[in-house]
Write a protein that binds this ligand. Structure first.
Ligand code: PGA
Length: 256
């Protein structure tokens, strides 16, 4: 598959923001602003309580809904957790797995990322698997090693058929919520490392078809520069996905 055959994905990660009412209000405005966007897939990941309302208000539009996390068991005595089948039953199509905030603040490891990845696939959700280095790791020249380690652990035992169903997000921790976006060159370099690693594990043809998103301080004014790089297949957007006009400006990056 040629590199340009990969359809971009622009995904919004709302983190712990927005009530159900605020979610519905967002969609009412946002749907109109992106209704003619067909150059990319649009995914929004609200909080768990707002998933069903988001699915309902997005119905019939070009917007898909995802969760921000999921537990690896289908059900059980796991207070406070939410499972893949429960998320799928709301009408969601995607789930973020292994976001760096989960890794840093909630004890996520490559092993638990791997379990959640399998749970998402089993539930019929498209996993958006996040990887990325901290500033210390980058400054210490360890970026490549860290990415490879996260991929080896996170994607362990994945079959080629399942690999075709995943999306990867490269999210350098130092760029998340800091306003310090990676340059398109820096991001593209990391994406090349990820694709090379994927090619070693799954073969170059499948690796060529893998969508790799960049995440970390993506804004309306830097998205076009990032998307101009053939290695960058989309964006995972935090802060700038919370307002209909700014997220629409990101989605509509190619302009008229
Ligand atoms: P940011 O977050 O766009 O606010 O930097 C990105 C993310 O955490 O996915």
């Amino acid at each position: 598959m040629a590199a340009n055959a990969r359809k971009p994905v622009i995904a919004g990660n709302w983190k712990m923001y927005k009530t159900v009412a605020q979610t519905v209000q967002f969609f009412d405005e946002f749907k109109l602003l992106v209704r003619s966007a067909s150059h990319c897939e649009i995914v929004i990941c609200p909080t768990f309580p707002a998933l069903a309302a988001a699915v309902e208000t997005a119905r019939g539009s070009n917007i898909q809904i995802g969760a921000q996390n999921l537990h690896w068991e289908d059900e059980g005595a796991f207070t406070g957790e939410v499972s893949g089948p429960m998320i799928r039953a709301t009408g969601c199509s995607h789930a973020i797995v292994g976001h760096s905030e989960r890794r840093q603040l909630f004890g996520e490891t490559d092993e638990t990322v791997n379990k959640r990845l399998f749970a998402a696939l089993k539930a019929g959700l498209t996993p958006i698997v996040c990887v990325g280095e901290t500033l210390d790791q980058r400054d210490g020249g360890k970026t490549e090693t860290v990415l490879i380690q996260q991929l080896e652990g996170g994607l362990a035992a994945l079959t080629a058929a399942d690999f075709c169903r995943i999306i990867i997000a490269y999210e350098p921790v130092w760029a998340i919520g800091t306003g310090r976006v990676a340059t398109p060159e820096t991001a593209a370099e990391a994406h090349a490392v990820i694709r090379k690693k994927a090619a070693q594990q799954f073969g170059s043809e499948l690796a060529e078809a893998l969508r790799i998103l960049y995440g970390g301080s993506v804004k309306p004014d830097n998205v076009a520069g990032l998307m101009a790089r053939p290695e960058i297949d989309g964006a995972l957007v935090g802060g700038a996905s919370l307002k209909p006009d700014s997220f629409a400006a990101i989605v509509n990056y190619p302009g008229d």
